[in-house]
Design a protein around this ligand. Structure first.
Ligand SMILES: Nc1ncnc2c1ncn2[C@@H]1O[C@H](COP(=O)(O)OP(=O)(O)O)[C@@H](O)[C@H]1O
Ligand SMILES: [Mg+2]
Length: 273
């Protein structure tokens, strides 16, 4: 489980913003971020809102060009991918977003939504479109008889299952979940987390999992990178980072939710007593 799938090095993203009187100013949203995602593992990205998690994820998915830095996928430099490499990457790396409804076309049936990634890649499913759609729906726990329904006819949790099924449609190697369970009710969130973990066990792909709930992260991820103001301040195995955080920012983050980590909480209390 130690082979590296995706390697990001010194990623930087600067945004030019226009302030008062149209004056331009430059803002560095991601400031030298490096991480590896290994085969079959889940790497979590955590940190306060605005710390640069989504921007890092977008660069990793090649939905956004970095201002500087490099990306390697399966040992190949894909920072400046050719269109052929990019088409391949669009299949290998999938993203699941926070709000399923805004990421699913409201005028398309589930079948059309789930076929879109294959149509884009020019792939015809072996057993036909209907059978492929049914199989995907079953894998994510949706009733396959609902293939011709529209997103609005589903609950939030079910809609997120459609988003997950779409991500699986072309057998990705990496699935990036950007706050994919954050907007769901706690009970639904637990079910979707279980689903994500089962799918990974079945298919062996890797996750980049962005969440602000550290209890969720602890359940799903093997390694975690903690972001603050555009930088990764600490990263490592979850047990180590949560059990013995080195960076003051991580310590603050953990102190805010003591229930997650009794052992560290004991140490902290002993130290401040
Ligand atoms: N397209 C953009 N243009 C200008 N600023 C942006 C853009 N996207 C994100 N930002 C800014 O970059 C910072 C990091 O945002 P983001 O990566 O979304 O953080 P997070 O996902 O950790 O909440 C924020 O200050 C945000 O306002
Ligand atoms: Mg975000």
């Amino acid at each position: 489980m130690s082979e590296v799938l995706l390697s990001a090095r010194d990623l930087i993203k600067r945004f030019t913003t226009r302030g008062l009187y149209g004056r331009k100013s430059e803002f560095t949203a991601v400031d030298g971020v490096s991480f590896d995602v290994r085969l079959g593992e889940t790497l979590a990205l955590v940190g306060e809102s605005g710390s640069g998690k989504s921007t890092s994820a977008r660069m990793a998915a090649k939905l956004m060009e970095p201002s500087a830095g490099t990306l390697e996928f399966e040992g190949q430099d894909i920072t400046h991918a050719t269109s052929a490499q990019l088409a391949r990457y669009r299949a290998d790396v999938q993203v699941v977003f926070q709000d399923p409804f805004s990421s699913l076309n409201p005028r398309h049936t589930v079948e059309r939504i789930l076929m879109a990634p294959l149509d884009y890649q020019g792939i015809a499913p072996k057993g036909g479109r209907r059978a492929h759609t049914r199989e995907l729906m079953e894998r994510v726990g949706l009733n396959p008889d609902h293939a011709l329904r529209y997103p609005a006819q589903f609950s939030g949790g079910q809609a997120q299952r459609i988003g997950i099924a779409r991500a699986l449609a072309v057998n990705p190697k990496l699935v990036i979940c950007d706050e994919a369970v954050s907007a769901l009710d706690v009970s639904v969130q637990a079910q979707i987390l279980e689903l994500l973990m089962r799918l990974q066990r079945e298919s062996g792909f890797s996750y980049i999992f962005i969440a602000h709930d550290l209890a969720v992260v602890r359940r799903i991820a093997q390694r975690v990178a903690v972001m603050s103001t555009g930088k990764i301040v600490e990263q490592g195995p979850c047990d180590r980072v949560f059990g013995d955080p080195q960076d003051p920012y991580t310590q603050t983050l953990l102190a805010a939710i003591p229930r997650i980590n009794p052992e560290w909480e004991r140490k902290r209390k002993a130290a401040t007593a």
